[in-house]
Design a protein around this ligand. Structure first.
Ligand code: ATP
Ligand code: MG
Length: 236
């Protein structure tokens, strides 16, 4: 049986402004489903929504909370609970090797070097990339780099994974491999995933889909229905 995510993400009276320009406005939103996808046109506000969930973006007005913890007041705790994977893995890998990058992400949670090393190896192993541990991160393929980026986030045992167009730079095989690994580990550990994507097949695999347009949630619910709405609105 699929374990349900035990996390609740709540938006209340949220507005994000850049100067006087309104980037996102969400009066009420509660997210509890285990698999959520976020779709919509470029510049609509998908990335902003994802970044609000782990406090990378702070609401100008209103509140966002993860399991009752405000993302501004408890930013560090929230970021440990909600991990972020960007579409460009190279930007997330800063150390010479995958092993060192995963160790780096564990620096606050595991103080002892040997513990950190073994936890980092376990995290790489769980994703089937233990053999990449000491390779040069720069020389890995995008698909391999994206799995390493995922390992750095999963090592912290998050309860929410925020995936911002995680497969955009990957070929079909690597995109599917990445998605399957996320799905497998999310199920195994009961992790909620929120995926912003332009890949509507990927979006359709969720339990709930949000359509974001011009900074507002314009459709929300069953993935097929929301995707149909998006297609209809986008028809030229
Ligand atoms: N740091 C920022 N400062 C000012 N405006 C920003 C900033 N980041 C994003 N924006 C603006 O916020 C709006 C929403 O952008 P966002 O990146 O969330 O859209 P998106 O739906 O993720 O688009 P895409 O599909 O292209 O990734 C856009 O108008 C964008 O120009
Ligand atoms: Mg985006």
């Amino acid at each position: 049986m699929m374990p349900s995510a035990s996390v609740e993400i709540a938006f209340r009276d949220v507005r994000v402004l850049a100067g006087t320009r309104l980037l996102l406005s969400i009066a009420q939103l509660q997210l509890t489903q285990r698999r959520i996808s976020v779709i919509g046109p470029n510049g609509g506000g998908k990335s902003t929504l994802l970044q609000l969930v782990n406090g990378l973006v702070e609401p100008t007005e209103g509140y966002v909370s993860v399991d009752g913890q405000d993302t501004v007041d408890h930013g560090r705790a929230v970021r440990q609970q909600a991990g972020f994977v960007f579409s460009n893995p190279a930007a997330q890998l800063v150390m010479p090797t995958p092993l060192e990058d995963v160790e780096l992400s564990l620096r606050r949670t595991l103080r002892e070097t040997s513990q950190r090393r073994s936890a980092a190896m376990r995290s790489l192993d769980e994703l089937g990339i233990a053999e990449l541990a000491e390779r040069s991160s720069q020389e890995l393929s995008s698909g391999q780099q994206q799995l390493v980026a995922l390992a750095t986030v999963l090592a912290l045992k998050p309860s929410v994974l925020l995936l911002d167009e995680p497969t955009t730079l990957l070929d079909l095989v690597n995109a599917q491999r990445f998605t399957q690994q996320v799905e497998k580990l999310a199920q195994l550990h009961g992790i909620m995933t929120i995926t912003a994507t332009h890949d509507l097949d990927l979006a359709a695999q969720a339990e709930r889909t949000l359509l974001i347009h011009d900074g507002e949630v314009v459709a929300d619910g069953d993935p097929e229905a929301v995707i149909t709405t998006y297609r209809r609105r986008s028809a030229v």
